[in-house]
Design a protein around this ligand. Sequence first.
Ligand SMILES: [Zn+2]
Length: 173
Amino acid sequence: MVTATMRFTPLVAGTIQAAIDTQMMRTTTTKNSQGVWPTVANRRADSITHLLTGALGRHPDYEVLIHVRGDGNTLDDGTPIPDGPVARLLPEAFIRLLIHDAEARPVNASSKRRSPTDHQKRLVKERDQTCIECGRHDLLEYDHLPAYETSRRTQTDELQLRCAPCHTRRHDQ
Ligand SMILES: [Zn+2]
């Protein structure tokens, strides 16, 4: 299970709580497969899921990345996911599986476009993980080396993950 702690100002918290509880009251409660009634906590968790992922059947405008490796599956932040849930999620369009080969080497992909494709971004992010210069995890950008102006192409092994400050500093030099 993933547990989250969130901190909001009182008014925002009250608004969010009202949205969750309204959604909960609108949903018909049924016993689960073991014949057990859900707790209020269960129902609130279902309401949050429903509110955040949109109404059932509509696919939201984002994707969930699941890494599938020989030694197990994980979310992008390393949270382990058992095989069963991954198999059940496969038909969902917003779930993407990044399959790792034996050496964990990403497959190269070339594009004439300057901005990397979502697939290329995933491969570079998986390879570099953090800014390759300072190690920070946020403000990450995809830096062309050699420069796009020279190469006129976008290829995963010619992209490096750099945070915006390091990226800017490199180009200023
Ligand atoms: Zn950096």
